[in-house]
Design a protein around this ligand. Structure first.
Ligand code: ADP
Ligand code: MG
Length: 237
């Protein structure tokens, strides 16, 4: 069963066509990377698939249900989005995770247990009492990721979550995220402009250019053995 199916999806803003995607699907438990240069339309497509942007035409089907104005809010509660900027509340690390869970109606005991679990998984349990405004960029993004995982969404959307981080921080987080995505078996769309990030997190990749999906397949199919063998690539895993 497909978790997300987009069909004949078009977004037009003013007189500009931002993207046109005939078909894009994510199977349950699959991590799909969406890669392309700045301005390709990746964020616009992600927001549309995450039901935060209304398309001009076409449909998004979520776990078999076509999104419409009646079920939109209920469907949104089943997904989570992580942005390049962590968008944290002005409270502690702990407060950021538990508040998000409480807003979704998760009982306090369960919220506390999940917060503890995911702060540990992302290596920031020792920062639980720290105000979010005193975090480094990497710590803030760990908090944002822990919050999203703690929601246990059916689909996780990640829009260039590491683009603002320095290289060592980015590399550490990429490796950890790849492992946690596989372990949690979560369905995810990982957007990046950086091809080198893909093998860490995804098995399949869609390449976006000028508002179109120009390639779509396994990482090997899309980039080929030759490119994967080049030293610019991270080791295959
Ligand atoms: N709210 C908006 N109004 C008008 N144009 C927009 C808006 N948001 C994005 N765009 C345009 O859509 C195109 C794709 O943007 P975006 O989805 O942010 O691409 P990416 O995330 O791949 O960098 C760009 O040309 C951008 O200028
Ligand atoms: Mg973007």
């Amino acid at each position: 069963m497909k978790m997300i199916v987009a069909e004949n999806l078009v977004l037009r803003l003013g007189n500009q066509e931002i993207f046109r995607v005939d078909k894009l699907a994510l199977a349950r438990g699959e991590v799909l990377a969406l890669v392309g240069p700045n301005g390709a339309g990746k964020t616009s497509l992600l927001l549309t698939l995450a039901l935060l942007q209304k398309p001009t035409a076409g449909t998004v089907r979520f776990d078999g249900e076509t999104a419409n104005r009646h079920n939109l809010l209920a469907l949104r509660r089943r997904l989570a989005v992580v942005f390049q900027e962590p968008l944290l509340l002005d409270t502690t690390v702990w407060g950021n995770v538990t508040t998000a869970l409480r807003i979704r109606g998760i009982p306090r005991r369960e919220a506390n247990a999940r917060a503890q679990k995911w702060l540990e998984r992302f290596g920031i349990a020792h920062l639980a009492r720290r105000p979010a405004r005193h975090l480094s960029g990497g710590e803030a993004q760990r908090t944002s990721l822990a919050r999203a995982f703690a929601l246990e969404p059916e689909v996780l959307f990640l829009d260039e979550p590491f683009a603002a981080l320095d290289l060592p921080t980015r590399n550490a987080l990429l490796g950890e995220l790849g492992g946690l995505l596989r372990e949690a078996g979560v369905t995810a769309l990982f957007v990046t402009h950086d091809y080198a990030e893909i093998p860490y997190v995804a098995e399949r990749v869609a390449v976006m250019y000028g508002g179109r999906i120009v390639k779509n397949g396994t990482v090997r199919e899309v980039f080929g053995e030759e490119l994967l063998a080049q030293k610019v690539w991270v080791p295959w895993r």
